[in-house]
Ligand binder design. Structure first.
Ligand code: ATP
Ligand code: MG
Length: 316
């Protein structure tokens, strides 16, 4: 494990995807506004967390890799905040890629005495977030070529397009994709594909309603027929992770989590750690064990969603 951590430090990973800012405004309500029949929140705490593809970047960085992120960082306050948060973690964000025609995607949750009272979203339609590769394509393809791996973190918000996927396919040394089948794109022949259970059903063209038992071999066969990944890892929440190659299920590894507090973002941890371990030369099975440990750490934490080397060793 020590050696793996050492090797991760020399990796250079590029994350491309839907970056988001998650904000939390927390306070108490003790009166109704005189202006309208709505509660007045007296704010006690405000904090921001990097979400979506930005969280994948943080997960990579917390295990020691060099990381750059490309996504829709708007020319607005939220875009500054998100870029600054990544900058503070030593994650590169190219200042040439700041866009003004749509807002940085942000979700602010307003909570009074542990009850969420509303959510304030800034988000335009998916077509507004398409990158103009005519303008930035050359720079992007240079960055893709230089990276040891490219991680596509598609949250269905619009930054990932078939044109971009094609560019990654042509230039990347290694491609991992966390898909969002609601916008079914051409996720063709990535080295690694990491859907969760529902996403896997959708990629396979099956109903999301099928819950139990999970039709493993049918799902796997269909995903390989349609997308031909080199490796497929389906995350199964509390049931761990299913690994498949060449259209065949190899194994299911149980979760490593000891305690579960907050499962959001665990999928980001899985694609980050699995990709890094594979790029250091670990086998698929060993890389997945490592990813499972990292995810086990993350689900045991409230609030933050990254794992450090020390925490992984402790869980081991
Ligand atoms: N309830 C749970 N109990 C134990 N381990 C869990 C649980 N949920 C998630 N995990 C761990 O995290 C991994 C990824 O989780 P999951 O399948 O929920 O991904 P996901 O749906 O893509 O998550 P998200 O999109 O919210 O980041 C699992 O393979 C497992 O190791
Ligand atoms: Mg996910």
């Amino acid at each position: 494990m020590k050696e793996l951590f050492e090797q991760i430090k020399s990796l250079n990973i590029l994350v491309i995807g839907d970056v988001m800012l998650d904000r939390y405004v927390i306070g108490e309500v003790s009166r109704i506004s005189p202006e309208a029949p709505v509660p007045v929140l007296a704010v006690q705490e405000e904090r921001s967390v990097a979400g979506g593809a930005a969280n994948v970047a943080l997960n990579l960085r917390s295990l020691g890799a060099s990381v750059e992120t490309i996504g829709w960082f708007g020319q607005d306050e939220q875009g500054d905040e998100l870029a600054n948060m990544l900058g503070a973690a030593n994650i590169q964000v190219d200042s040439r890629f700041r866009f003004s025609s749509a807002p940085t995607i942000s979700k602010s949750r307003v909570t009074a005495s542990n009850h969420q009272i509303c959510r304030v979203d800034r988000e335009a339609k998916a077509s507004d977030y398409e990158p103009r590769l005519g303008d930035i394509g050359d720079v992007v393809s240079e960055k893709i070529k230089k990276a040891d791996a490219v991680i596509i973190s598609d949250y269905g918000k619009g930054f990932i397009t078939n044109e971009l996927l094609e560019m990654v396919k042509v230039h990347a040394q290694f491609t991992s994709i966390d898909p969002k089948p609601s916008r079914l794109l051409e996720y063709n022949k990535p080295n690694l594909l990491t859907p969760n259970r529902l996403e896997a059903l959708e990629l396979a063209g099956l109903s999301r309603e099928i819950r139990e038992p999970f039709p493993q071999s049918e799902v796997v066969t269909r995903i390989f027929e349609r997308f031909a990944p080199e490796m497929l890892a389906i995350t199964l929440g509390a049931e761990g992770m299913l690994l498949a190659r060449d259209g065949v299920v190899e194994c299911i590894i149980p979760t490593a989590a000891r305690e579960v507090f907050d499962v959001s973002g665990a999928g980001d941890t899985v694609i980050a750690s699995l990709t890094m371990a594979l790029r250091t030369g670990e086998s698929f099975a060993r890389a997945a064990e490592f990813a499972n440990l990292a995810a086990g750490v993350v689900v045991g934490k409230v609030g933050t969603a990254t794992a450090s080397q020390e925490e992984i060793l402790k869980l081991l």
